[in-house]
Ligand binder design. Structure first.
Ligand code: LIP
Length: 256
């Protein structure tokens, strides 16, 4: 965890500096509605350099550079150097670095850092979840009518728009409020912190969710894919909350 925190904070400080001069950054388009900037690339380079120095041989799954096999087949870093790229490029201070460590296919540590809000989220399997050293618990609200639920809205070039609006309609009618913050890793961290009561999204990537899944679980929350299984990475779908909210949200999404 010390290695992870040091790497994430270094990458986060780099993002902070670039955020101050966001209008001068080089931006390229990966696909419709999907951007990458010099800031993402710089932060990813910092993470890969720091982590390779500290743990030579571990493999990587990184948003910008993809998969690289390590000599150590049991460990893999999962990296999103800048989650919330669109926010970042619009000067919206809701973005962060997300880093998880997988051991034999299981997420064993996760760190998420929002450098603007100076919030550092840390979780280790079996060791609890923390934000700036404060222990986290998911919210205790147990009816959807009291719940604030976060989601992600598909953008240009993303599949399943109709499916999303159907699901949103069902949820809207049941809950106290719906939010769209634009950074999946932070959405998950905010569920762990009890700010959001639940969160669902479809068509996101392992790097958006790996660290956040562990944070939610270690904060006492429940996590599944959109069918109630554990194929979040494979399907890109995720639904989280405390035991009751997670179950009710899943049922509402499915129209039950
Ligand atoms: C983004 C997410 C956002 C989600 C987008 C995208 P990026 O990640 O965190 O909330 O709705 O589809 O995946 O591209 O900024 O790392």
């Amino acid at each position: 965890l010390n290695v992870m925190v040091a790497a994430v904070m270094k990458a986060g400080r780099s993002l902070s500096r670039d955020f101050g001069e966001v209008e001068n950054l080089q931006v390229s388009i990966k696909g419709p509605g999907d951007f990458v900037s010099a800031a993402d690339k710089k932060a990813e380079k910092i993470l890969i350099e720091e982590l390779s120095k500290a743990r030579p041989g571990y493999g990587f799954l990184a948003e910008e550079s993809g998969i690289s096999e390590g000599t150590d087949a049991t460990h893999r870093w999962i990296i999103d150097p800048l989650d919330g790229t669109t926010n970042f490029l619009h000067g919206i201070p809701i973005f962060g670095v997300s880093l998880a460590l997988e051991r034999e296919g299981q997420i064993v540590a996760g760190v998420i850092f929002n450098p603007v809000m100076n919030e550092l989220y840390v979780a280790e399997r079996g060791g609890g979840a923390f934000m700036n050293d404060r222990r986290l618990r998911v919210a205790a609200r147990n009816t959807l009518a009291d719940a604030v639920i976060a989601t992600g809205i598909p953008h240009l070039g993303r599949p399943r728009h109709d499916d999303f609006t159907r699901k949103l309609n069902r949820v809207m009618l049941e809950v106290a409020g719906v939010r769209r913050n634009g950074a999946a890793a932070l959405d998950l961290a905010w569920v762990a912190a009890g700010r959001f009561d639940g969160y669902w999204e479809d068509a996101i990537h392992p790097w958006d969710m790996a660290a956040g899944i562990l944070l939610v679980r270690e904060a006492g929350g429940f996590v599944s894919d959109l069918s109630g299984g554990d194929k979040m990475f494979e399907t890109g779908g995720i639904c989280v909350g405390n035991e009751i909210i997670q179950r009710r949200l899943l049922a509402t999404l499915a129209g039950r």
